[in-house]
Design a protein around this ligand. Sequence first.
Ligand SMILES: [Zn+2]
Ligand SMILES: [Zn+2]
Length: 289
Amino acid sequence: MRIKFWGTRGSIPVPGKNTLKYGGNTPCIEIYNGGDEITIIDAGSGIRELGIEIIKNPLIKKINILISHFHWDHIQGLPFFTPIYNKDYEINFYSSRKKIVPNENIFDVLMQPLFFPVTKKVLNAKINFHGIKEGESFNINGFEISTVKTHHSLGTVSFKLSNDKVKFVYLTDSEIFYDADNNDPDINLIKKHNSDIIDFCRGCNYLVHDTMYSIKDFKEKVGWGHSNNISAAILAAASDSENLMLFHYEPRYTDKMIDSLLSETKKFIKKMNYNFKCAAAKDYMEIKI
Ligand SMILES: [Zn+2]
Ligand SMILES: [Zn+2]
């Protein structure tokens, strides 16, 4: 099985000379086990290139797309995901069924004439929408998919994909709470304010977590619905996760700044004697299981 990152940046794509190492695409992850079915988490700008790869693979006929929420950076690649125009594909979307969420209307919104040159009439794939209740579990392509509401805007969910080989948690956009206006991140406060999320992540092999900000920058962004690297490390420890993957970087962070974010996190993990690995997710990175 292959898990591949196609976009790891938050908010807006940031191509350029300062983002060559970690990449500039917004969130998109592929999970592929061979065979005719592929699963994708989020449809940020990274999904455009993934679509080109899918078209090249004659085996794939069914595409499952899990959408964490409908902020631009998580859906902006969809009109450029070429399988939607091709009648050979069945595409199943899974997202929160909250009333505020567009679901079936997503292509009406994305392909309004004001924003896009063609309307959804040109979509030839067989497209289905599945509204999910936060906390609900369902099965696709040999995975049990569990969900939990994150600490972000309404209708944002985290997905956990489990099978007999792996427990993989995708948890962005989400703010780890610890009364940050009055405290530094602390394991007891984090356990107290995030027990739902810690239970959800418990014992996972991979925790891909929102680390939009360094601990220093986070002080100005408390309440914005995103996390810092130190609280993410504490959450990984509290949930006995095996690997923490930093993810959803602030768009102005250069490669050098993300290198520093990673080294600061690793130093903290060492200082605390925590027993898990940490890496910074980057575009095109692959995990083979
Ligand atoms: Zn985001
Ligand atoms: Zn968001």
